[in-house]
Design a protein around this ligand. Sequence first.
Ligand code: MN3
Length: 193
Amino acid sequence: MKYTLPELKYSYDALEPYIDAQTLELHHSKHHAGYVAWLNKALEWIEKARETGDFWAVKGLKKELAFHYSGHILHSLYWENMSPEKTQMSDLLSEKINETFWSFETFEKEFKSATALVEASGWGLLVKTAEGELEIVTIEKHQDLALMNSTVLIACDVWEHAYYLKYQNRRPEYIDNFFNVINWEEVSKRLEK
Ligand code: MN3
């Protein structure tokens, strides 16, 4: 097995009441674990195709690989960009946000609106582009519409499994509460990487 499910740095009930324990446990131990299992399977099948030279199924396998690998990476980032502790962003991140979005308030509005409007299943992301600029992007599923060569600073999961037990159709309310658990120290570190 090449990839393994990363452990959370906090307990399943640590993000209550913003993200409930049942959702967090299912999300991590079932959904994320599923992406890891299928990612390993896809790699195994691709390896088999290389050994036998039998590449007829390679198109489907690459699709599986992209979907489950991206799902695995984004969930790993999502767990780490949340924290039960109150955290503070660095001066650099705060300056960058003000420079790009004019104010934190405008950043927050744009992030929440973009993320709430993701069609069906996907993610709202704050990224740093290869040129070092901040941008808010949304992606559908785990990979469609992605901005290549950018670094994810904040990932907010808006697949229904991330919020439906507690928030049902109220995705904007979940995103509002996600802002209460953002790990700004981790986000600041990612900016400086
Ligand atoms: Mn998810």
